[in-house]
Design a protein around this ligand. Structure first.
Ligand code: ADP
Ligand code: ZN
Ligand code: ZN
Length: 820
C-alpha cells in the first residue's frame, strides 16, 4: 500500500501538500523529518513532514519525494502545535513560520545541486535524455537542476534526474544534506617511525643543524607530555604548538616534510564547551527573597507572573535563583532578552553560575552555531538553559519548565518584517502553556497590556520597589529648552546646565551618557532658499544625512544617495542640516570637549557583534568618558561610574504619531535614567524638553508608573485601543497608485460590511511608499473578549474575494496582528 506525507513548504502557501513516499522510505519517515520535494514547474524545496498517512490527494496528481534528509525528526510534536497557533493567530502561513523558525543551515538551498557519481558504469545503454544530462556534467563538476534544465532544454527534467539518481549515476550534493559542516582543527602528532625514544635520539642528532626545527620538536614533546615510548599523549593543536614555541609555519612544514610530524584534523564544536568552575549563587536579600517566594506562590495558581521591579533591584539575581530551582527539578529554562540587551555582561553573569549548562542563541552569531545549538537541543544532552533573543522561542525543548522574559516591555520582541509578525512574549506564553511550563515577565516599566493583565488577576503580580543596597534612584531635573532657545542660551543641542554638569563629571573622572533617539547626522537637509528636502525615490520619506560617509540614506529601504551640491529645485547652494542625530551630537560634543574620549552607540556603529561589545567594554573600563547613543544605551547595562545622564530631546518621542508613544516615551526615559548613579553616589539626569508641562515629563521625574498607566488606560478605553481592543492592521501593496486606491477602497467597504464601525481607513501609513510599492493601511479593532477565530475567518473570506477579483490579481495583502 502506498504511503503519503503532508509537508510544509518554505513558501507563503495557505496549506500543506501531499507527496508520495518512496517504497524504501516507508516506515522510516516521521513528522519532523526534512525532505526534498519538487514543487512548481522547476523547483525543489526542503520541506518538513507534518503527517504520514494513506490517502492520495484528490485535486492534483501526486509527486514523489526526491530525498529524505534526516534519520530522526528535527522538531518535537509541540513545535507543530506552536506553528499552527502562530499561523492562525498572526494571519500568516505555516511556511512563513517554518522560514522564521529554522536557522538557514537546516533549511537548505531551494536550488538542488547534483553531481556525477565518478564510479558509475551503465549496464545498458541509457535513454537519450539521461545520457544528455550526464554529458552536461563533466566529472567533479556540480550543477543546479534549474541550470541543467536550461542547458539541456529538456522539459520535465525532474523525472530524468530522478531516474539518474535512482541509478546512482548522480548524487544530490552532500552539502545539501548538511550545509552545516562541523568545525575541525588541525592537530599534530609524531609519525610511527619517530615515536620511539631511540628514534627520537637519532632525530635530535640530525636536527642539531636545524635548531629551529629542534626547538619546535622539543616544544611538541613538552606539550604532549611525552614520557618515552607508547604512553598516551596529550593532543596538540598545530596553532598552539607554533604559537607557544614562537615558531613559524615554514619551520613546522619542514618537520612534516621530513616525516617527523603528522597532521590530522580533529572535529571541535563551535560552542563553548568549557566546563569551567562555577560559583555559588549570591544569597538574596530579604526584599528579593520575599519577591521570590511570592513568585513561587503565584505560580501555584497562575501560569504567568509579572515581576515589576525598579532598575537595580536585583531582578536578575531572582531569575538566577528561579533558574537554579528549575534545573534542580530536572527542567529546562528559556531566558529571553531583547537583541540589544543580550550583552557579554549578562552572559558572563550566567556563565559564572551555570557554566556548561548554558547555551546562547543570538542572531549575530554565525548560522552554524545556531544549527549546532538546535541539534544539541535534539540530542539526549541538551542545554538546560538557553539565553536567547526573540527567535529562540522556536528552539526545540524536550522538558521546558520556565520561561523568563526580561525587559518584557521592549517592542523589539515584535517581529516587524517579514511574516510571521509575531510577538515573542505572546509566543513564549503560548509555548510555556503547551509545555506545562511557567512564564515570568520582568521589567521596571511594564507594557500597559501586561500591567493590565497583572492587575486584573490574569497574571500574578509581584512588586519589588527597593534597589539593591539602598542605592538611591537618580535625581531627574527637567530643563526647559524652549525657553532657553527663546533667550538664545542654547549651545547647539545643549543647555548651559547640561554643559556645566558634563564638565564637572569629567573633572571628577566620572562618566556621562547622552541619549538621543535618532541616528545619523541630521534627520534631514533642507534648502534654505526654497525649503526643498531630499526624499527617497523608492519610499515616501525624507533622507537622513550621514556626515562621516557623506551620504544621504533611506532608513527604510537602505538606499543611499550622494548629497547634492546645490538645490535641484532652485539651484540655491545654501543647503543646511536640520535637527540632530547621534552623529551630529558626537560632532558637537567633540567641539565643546575636545579632550574627552567619546564614543557613539547606534545601529550604524554596531553592525558587528564585536564592535558592539567593544563600545560597551571600553565604557565599562573607563576608556570612554562620554557615551552617546540611541535607545541602545538604555538596555540592561550596568555601569558603575555614570554620574550624569542627558536626555537631549524628549519631544521627538512624545510627538511620534502612535497610540503607544507616551507609554514608550515613559519607558525609554525611565530606563535611560536608570543608568545613572550606582553604588556610592546618587546620579543625576537632565531631561531637556520643550514640553515642560507634559504629564509624561512629570511622571518620569516622579518615577510614577501608576499615574502613567492610569492615564493611558483611560485614553485607550476612550479611543478603542489595546488592551480594551485588539488591533489588526491590514496592509495592501501595489506598484500602481490609482489601482491600489481602488483596491483599498473596495476592501475597506467589504470589511465595513462585516465589521461595521470597527474598521478605520484606508489611510496612508506614515511611510506610504517603500521600495517602489505603494502602501495603504486599514485598521480593524476587535473588542477584547470577542472571538479572534471568527474574526480571522471573516478576514480570510474577504481576502479570498479580493484576490479572486480579476482586476486585483497584482494585489499584495498582509496583516499585522497586535502591532507595536
Ligand atoms: P536589575 O536586574 O533589577 O536591574 P540586577 O540584578 O542587575 O538588577 O542587580 C543590580 C546590581 O546589584 C548587580 O550588579 C548585581 O550583581 C547586584 N546585586 C543585586 N542583588 C544582589 C545580591 N542579592 N547579592 C549580590 N549582588 C546583588
Ligand atoms: Zn531650493
Ligand atoms: Zn527608501
Amino acid at each position: 500500500m502506498n504511503k503519503y506525507v503532508d509537508v510544509i513548504l518554505p513558501l507563503p502557501l495557505p496549506r500543506s501538500f501531499t507527496y508520495l513516499l518512496p517504497d524504501e522510505e516507508i516506515g522510516k519517515v516521521q513528522p519532523g523529518f526534512r525532505v526534498v520535494v519538487p514543487f512548481g514547474r522547476k523547483k525543489f524545496y526542503t520541506a518538513i513532514v507534518c503527517k504520514v498517512h494513506n490517502n492520495a490527494p484528490t485535486e492534483y496528481e501526486v509527486k514523489e519525494i526526491t530525498t529524505v534528509l534526516d534519520k530522526a525528526p528535527i522538531l518535537f510534536p509541540i513545535q507543530f502545535k506552536l506553528w499552527q497557533w502562530l499561523s492562525e493567530y498572526y494571519l500568516c502561513t505555516q511556511g512563513d513560520v517554518y522560514k522564521a523558525a529554522l536557522p538557514s543551515g537546516l533549511k537548505l538551498e531551494s536550488e538542488t545541486i547534483v553531481l556525477l557519481n565518478p564510479d558509475f558504469e551503465a549496464d545498458t545503454q541509457l535513454p537519450p535524455k539521461e545520457q544528455q544530462i550526464l554529458d552536461l556534467l563533466p566529472a567533479g563538476q556540480e550543477q543546479s537542476i534549474t541550470k541543467l534544465e536550461k542547458d539541456s532544454g529538456i522539459k520535465n527534467i525532474l523525472n530524468v534526474v530522478k531516474s539518474l539518481l535512482d541509478k546512482e549515476a548522480l548524487f544530490v550534493k552532500e552539502e545539501l544534506r548538511r550545509l552545516y559542516k562541523p568545525k575541525t582543527e588541525p592537530r599534530v602528532r609524531l609519525t610511527e617511525n619517530h615515536s620511539s625514544e631511540t628514534a627520537l635520539k637519532i632525530l635530535f642528532d640530525t636536527l642539531s643543524r636545524a635548531p629551529k626545527q629542534l626547538a619546535l620538536l622539543m616544544k611538541y614533546l613538552e606539550l604532549s607530555c611525552y614520557m618515552g615510548g607508547s604512553t598516551s599523549l596529550k593532543e596538540v593543536s598545530k596553532k598552539t604548538l607554533i604559537d607557544s614555541a614562537g615558531s613559524s609555519t615554514s619551520v613546522f612544514n619542514g618537520l612534516v616534510e621530513k616525516g617527523v610530524f603528522l597532521v590530522y584534523h580533529h572535529e571541535i564544536g563551535r560552542l563553548n564547551k568549557q566546563e569551567g568552575d562555577t560559583v555559588v549563587l549570591n544569597p538574596l536579600n530579604s526584599f528579593q527573597q520575599k519577591a521570590y517566594n511570592e513568585i513561587a506562590t503565584s505560580f501555584k495558581e497562575k501560569n504567568v507572573c509579572l515581576l515589576h521591579g525598579v532598575t537595580s533591584s536585583g531582578k536578575t539575581e531572582i531569575y538566577i535563583h528561579l533558574i537554579e530551582e528549575a534545573i534542580r527539578r530536572g527542567k529546562q529554562v528559556l531566558y529571553l532578552l531583547p537583541e540589544i540587551a543580550l550583552t557579554t555582561q549578562i552572559t558572563e553573569r550566567l556563565k559564572r553560575v551555570f557554566g556548561a549548562k548554558l547555551g546562547i542563541y543570538h542572531s549575530k552569531f554565525p548560522d552554524a552555531e545556531r544549527v549546532e545549538i538546535w541539534q544539541k537541543q535534539l540530542s539526549n544532552q541538551p542545554y538546560q538553559i538557553i539565553l536567547g533573543v526573540r527567535s529562540s522561542v522556536f528552539l526545540p525543548f524536550e522538558n521546558l519548565g520556565l520561561i523568563i522574559i526580561d525587559e518584557e516591555h521592549e517592542n523589539t520582541y515584535k517581529q516587524q518584517d517579514p511574516a510571521p509578525r509575531y510577538h515573542a512574549r505572546s509566543v513564549a506564553i503560548m509555548l510555556a502553556a503547551m509545555c506545562g511550563a511557567k512564564t515570568l515577565l520582568g521589567t521596571a516599566t511594564p507594557a500597559v497590556e501586561t500591567y493590565y493583565n497583572a492587575t486584573t488577576g490574569k497574571y500574578g503580580l509581584v512588586e519589588l520597589k527597593e534597589r539593591y543596597q539602598d542605592i538611591q534612584l537618580p535625581e531627574i531635573v527637567p530643563v526647559d529648552i524652549k525657553e532657553l532657545a527663546r533667550k538664545k542660551r542654547m549651545n547647539g543641542p545643549f543647555s548651559p546646565s547640561l554643559l556645566a554638569d558634563i564638565r564637572e563629571a569629567l573633572d571628577k573622572k566620572e562618566q556621562v551618557i547622552l541619549f538621543q533617539n535618532r541616528r545619523g547626522f541630521a534627520p534631514m537637509i533642507e534648502c534654505k532658499t526654497c525649503g526643498w528636502v531630499p526624499k527617497c525615490k523608492n519610499c515616501d520619506v525624507s533622507l537622513t544625512f550621514h556626515k562621516g560617509i557623506n551620504q544621504l540614506t533611506c532608513h527604510y529601504c537602505g538606499y543611499t544617495y550622494r548629497p547634492p551640491r546645490s538645490c535641484p529645485a532652485c539651484e540655491g547652494v545654501d543647503l543646511r542640516s536640520r535637527g540632530f542625530g547621534t552623529e551630529k551630537i558626537e560632532d558637537e560634543v567633540k567641539n565643546v570637549f575636545p579632550d574627552a574620549s567619546i564614543s557613539r552607540m547606534d545601529l550604524d556603529t554596531t553592525r558587528s557583534r564585536s564592535a558592539y561589545e567593544r563600545i560597551i567594554s571600553d565604557f565599562e573600563q573607563g576608556k570612554t568618558q562620554i557615551l552617546i547613543g540611541t535607545q541602545m544605551v538604555s538596555k540592561g547595562l550596568d555601569f558603575d561610574h555614570v554620574s550624569i545622564v542627558g536626555i537631549l530631546n524628549a519631544d521627538t518621542m512624545l510627538n511620534y504619531p502612535d497610540f503607544r508613544s507616551y507609554e514608550r516615551a515613559y519607558q525609554l526615559m525611565a530606563q535611560v535614567a536608570g543608568r545613572a548613579g550606582r553604588k556610592n553616589k546618587r546620579g543625576k539626569v537632565l531631561l531637556q524638553t520643550k514640553s515642560i508641562d507634559h504629564p509624561i515629563i512629570r511622571q518620569v521625574i516622579e518615577n510614577d508608573y501608576l499615574s502613567m498607566f492610569q492615564r493611558e488606560m483611560a485614553e485607550r478605553q476612550a479611543f478603542h485601543y489595546p488592551p480594551y481592543y485588539r488591533l489588526v492592521y491590514v496592509y495592501l501593496k501595489n506598484r500602481n497608485e490609482q489601482l491600489l486606491d481602488l483596491m483599498a477602497r473596495t476592501m475597506g467597504d467589504k470589511l465595513r460590511a462585516v465589521f461595521g464601525a470597527r474598521v478605520l481607513g484606508p489611510d496612508n501609513p506614515p511611510v506610504a511608499r517603500v521600495q517602489t510599492l505603494f502602501i495603504k493601511k486599514i485598521i480593524v479593532k476587535i473588542e477584547d473578549g470577542a472571538s479572534m477565530a471568527r474574526a480571522r475567518e471573516l478576514l480570510m473570506l474577504i481576502q479570498r474575494e479580493m484576490i479572486e477579483d480579476e482586476r486585483f490579481k497584482s494585489l499584495i495583502i498582509y496583516y499585522d496582528v497586535d502591532p507595536q
